[in-house]
Design a protein around this ligand. Structure first.
Ligand code: AMP
Length: 478
């Protein structure tokens, strides 16, 4: 407002008078505030909403145990509360980190909500990293509890002795399948849950509090942590749910192949619960055959994953002469989506493609490709080409391209430059890292350099042309 006042010099005395008056008599506010409730945006509210509004909507999970597990949002909310209260009884408090090493499944969803909802921080670890890096991250994050799928027991055995701050290692498996190994602090997740109290209720606190921590190795040096807040997570879930973004609804059945350890599975466990979509979790079963069977048996309408996964799926479907009877759209991101994949999905199978770009540091969704009315009459191939670009930003993210001196470059679709982003679900700094990662403009506003090089056209459509960071992605992982 001071900037506006600078261009309206006549207003300044009145403003100053108002501020001074308010400072002196303490009655009149310096600015006119809206008179709306200050209800904090908390992730527990998303799950409570899902349990109250869509209590019988299912979360279906392929389990490490080998079977297909089914329960509802109401069950998920009850068990997440049990988990939260069990953690509290075990001495886990505000801001403490609870790590997960897990596939996509219902217990992992409980950890998202149970840990985050009680005021602690869930920290998803990427099991594909080298054990040395996993141990380094666990120590850097100072995790006090680690919950993991039985698949990752060898990994836990390899790192446990190097992580003295971890007090409990919770194996997420049925009690009768509890492994007998010598890891100090090893407990069964289900037994631990039973120490919780069902009467426990979700606390209300400041929405700026941290809820989730996700390390990325998408930069040089040691992995760096993105620490999301409740506010950023809820806003991102709203943004991602919009029709031209994920476009999720209560009529959808969403299958996130994108791992819950990679940028919160693009926020889908939050977006799905917010709008009441059924969730289908594939667990460790990511091959084309199992995925296609799940799509068909559960009526999946929307799936999300990296191009490599869809390559395996398409190869299986084409080789066996299969179709998709319910799948309406796929979210593809994490790496550039090949034009041929878009063509196959759209022309051969009638499945719409939503190609997205983002980063762990951006919660992660930044842009999603879309067709606007004027594109609908274009030849199909031209439409595919448009969808192969990374697309327009969601409201909530602002982007620009700049040259090496930081000067903003034109949106002409030809000039390329360093891509910068800014918004309420973009990090302002890394966890426990004193270096300021932002680049500042003349107004003093900080922008996150993405390490991507891009063009932006006059319609705001962004296209990645190169990468300035010196790391390589394969199969969606660095
Ligand atoms: P991560 O933090 O691991 O999700 O990686 C983020 C990075 O992945 C981005 O900065 C890009 O370099 C790359 N990336 C993500 N989505 C896309 C996409 N649709 N096209 C090209 N590169 C992408």
């Amino acid at each position: 407002s001071l900037r506006i006042l600078d261009s309206c010099p006549g207003w300044r005395p009145a403003y100053v008078a108002a501020v001074t008056r308010s400072d002196h008599d303490g009655r009149r506010p310096a600015m006119l505030l809206g008179q709306m409730m200050e209800v904090p945006l908390l992730v527990s509210a998303i799950l409570r909403h899902a349990a109250r509004q869509f209590g019988d909507t299912e979360i279906v999970s392929k389990r490490v145990e080998g079977d297909l597990h089914r329960y509802t949002y109401a069950d998920c909310e009850r068990r997440s509360r049990l988990l939260a209260s069990a953690l509290q009884k075990a001495g886990i408090g505000d801001g403490d980190r609870v790590a997960t090493i897990a596939w996509n499944g219902y217990r992992h969803v409980e950890l998202y909500y149970g840990v985050g909802g009680m005021g602690a921080v869930f920290h998803t670890l990427n099991p594909r990293l080298h054990p040395d890096q996993i141990a380094w991250i666990l120590n850097h994050a100072e995790d006090r509890v680690v919950a993991f799928d039985a698949t990752f027991l060898p990994l836990v055995e390899a790192v446990a002795s190097r992580c003295p701050k971890v007090e409990r290692w919770l194996v997420m498996v049925d009690e009768d399948k509890q492994p007998r190994v010598n890891v100090p602090g090893l407990e069964n997740y289900e037994s631990f849950l039973r120490t919780g109290d069902e009467r426990w209720t979700w606390p209300v606190f400041d929405e700026k509090r941290a809820v989730a921590l996700c390390y990325t190795s998408g930069t040089t040096g040691n992995p760096k942590g993105s620490l999301y807040s409740h506010r950023s997570t809820v806003l991102h879930a709203y943004g991602a749910a919009l029709p031209d973004a994920v476009g999720a609804s209560a009529r959808d059945v969403i299958l996130p192949v994108v791992p819950m350890f990679h940028a919160n599975a693009w926020g889908l466990p939050f977006t799905a619960a917010m709008v009441g979509s059924k969730l289908v979790m594939p667990g460790p079963h990511l091959d084309g055959k199992t995925l296609h069977e799940l799509f068909e048996s559960e009526g999946v309408t929307l799936a999300a994953g990296v191009p490599t996964v869809w390559l395996g799926l398409l190869q299986h479907v084409e080789a066996n002469g299969l179709r998709f009877s319910t799948l309406e759209r796929t979210m593809i991101g994490g790496s550039a989506c090949p034009l041929a994949m878009i063509r196959t999905f759209r022309d051969k199978f009638g499945v719409e493609v939503k190609h997205g770009w983002g980063m762990t540091e951006m919660s992660p969704v930044g842009t999603i490709s879309r067709l606007r009315p004027r594109h609908l009459d274009l030849p199909r191939e031209r439409q595919h080409e448009l969808l192969a670009k990374q697309g327009n930003v969601l409201f909530g993210v602002d982007m620009k391209i700049v040259d090496d001196a930081g000067k903003e470059l034109p949106w002409d679709g030809k000039t390329y430059g360093n891509l910068l982003a800014r918004g309420p679900w973009v990090i302002s700094s890394y966890f426990k890292d004193d270096n300021d990662p932002l680049q500042y403009d003349d107004n003093g506003d900080g922008w996150l350099p993405t390490g991507d090089v891009a063009t932006i056209d006059p319609e705001g459509i962004m296209q990645i042309t190169d990468r300035s960071k010196d790391v390589i992605k394969s199969g969606g992982e660095w």
